[in-house]
Design a protein around this ligand. Structure first.
Ligand code: UDP
Ligand code: MG
Length: 334
């Protein structure tokens, strides 16, 4: 329960941090160090939920080594890599606290901003998201594609999603409960949270570069996320074919009249094999393009109707628990 509602400053409300991990062994010592000082400064943080998204490096071993003697860490281990959005969804499911803050492992989502999110939550906001203001340390090409994507998303969907925000955000208990009702196979977490509504506010911050290691989001994954986002929130691409089809049909009808007129009125037939063949290719291309769009939506429907489990949790390990002091039971030496 929030301190504000109780009107008692000393009563702490509980907050969990949800941090997805995919091959993050390099950044973990730094991260746990920062988390420990953050926990000391903000007593509301009662738990850190790490979700290991099928790492193939020493991530699991590092988490256990670094947090074994300390209480308040939970490590949820997926049976394989299910993706960042799934790791976040699993973390939210496991959260029992009054609020959760979702952040990346690489310290690109600064903890002092997380502290500001806590303050906003105490003022009564349900969702506090970080707005990436300058992002000076993020590669220019990535900044540009992100910039274009967020604006395109805004144009194509009816969701009032804030631009230039990632998944770095605080969500209240009410939002957690609502979010847990989603069962989408390819969730676009930030869009779903925007869709939920509630009292939302943004905090601008400058996004630093990765503290250690390389990005786990190569262009291919980034593109997939963008496609998931657009296809799960908009059906406008499906309808684009109607307008374009009408435009081309009416244009070619005018062209046809012109051809007939030149032949019978002016008495000259237009020749040109090249123009014909390229027109055929052009329209073939457009048709395949839209067939692909339709296919994308059909594939999504197919994924949904199978109703497979969205992720598989192999095991859960808790730090500071008796009877497993060396963490050997959970770790299985990967
Ligand atoms: N991540 C994950 N599963 C994946 C890819 C990434 O859990 O398949 C995690 C990763 O460990 C990090 C966060 O998602 O905590 C964001 O990834 P990253 O920092 O590499 O993305 P970027 O900041 O480059 O967009
Ligand atoms: Mg990052």
């Amino acid at each position: 329960m929030s301190t504000e509602r109780m009107g008692v400053e000393t009563l702490e409300s509980s907050v969990a941090l949800i941090i997805p991990l995919f091959n993050e062994e390099e950044v973990l010592p730094l991260l746990v160090g920062e988390l420990e000082s953050f926990k000391r400064a903000r007593k509301e943080i009662i738990q850190v939920i790490f979700v290991d998204d099928g790492s193939s490096d020493g991530t699991v071993r590092e988490v256990i080594r670094l947090t074994n003697g300390i209480s308040g860490y939970e490590l949820v281990r997926f049976s394989r890599n299910f993706g960042h959005q799934m790791a976040i969804s699993a973390g939210i499911r496991r959260c029992k606290a009054d609020a959760a803050i979702i952040l990346d492992a690489d310290l690109q989502d600064p903890l002092d901003v997380a502290g500001k999110m806590l303050d906003k939550w105490k003022e009564g906001f349900d969702v506090v998201f970080g707005i990436r203001s300058l992002r000076t340390q993020v590669p220019a090409a990535q900044r540009l594609t992100a910039h274009v994507f967020y604006r395109l998303f805004g144009k194509l969907t009816d969701v009032d999603a804030p631009v230039d925000t990632g998944d770095f955000r605080l969500i209240s208990r009410a939002v957690i409960e609502a979010f847990n009702q989603f069962e989408e196979q390819q969730p676009y977490v930030r869009g779903l949270i925007a869709w939920l509504g509630f009292k939302q506010v943004g905090i601008p911050y400058e996004r630093p570069g990765r503290a250690a290691g390389d990005t786990k989001y190569p262009f291919r994954r980034r593109f997939k996320l963008a496609m998931d986002a657009l296809t799960s929130f908009s059906t406008k691409p499906l309808k684009m074919a109607i307008n374009l089809g009408l435009l081309i049909a009416s244009g070619s009808f005018a062209g046809l009249i012109w051809v007939v007129l030149t032949k019978y009125v002016l008495g000259t037939a237009i020749t040109g094999w090249a123009s014909l063949i390229f027109a055929a290719f052009f329209f073939g291309g457009i048709q395949l393009f839209f067939l692909g769009i339709v296919g994308t939506y059909v594939a999504r429907v197919y994924e949904e109707v199978k109703r497979r489990p969205r992720f598989v949790i192999q095991d859960v390990w808790e730090s500071g628990k008796k009877g497993d002091s060396d963490g050997s039971k959970a770790i299985n030496e990967r």
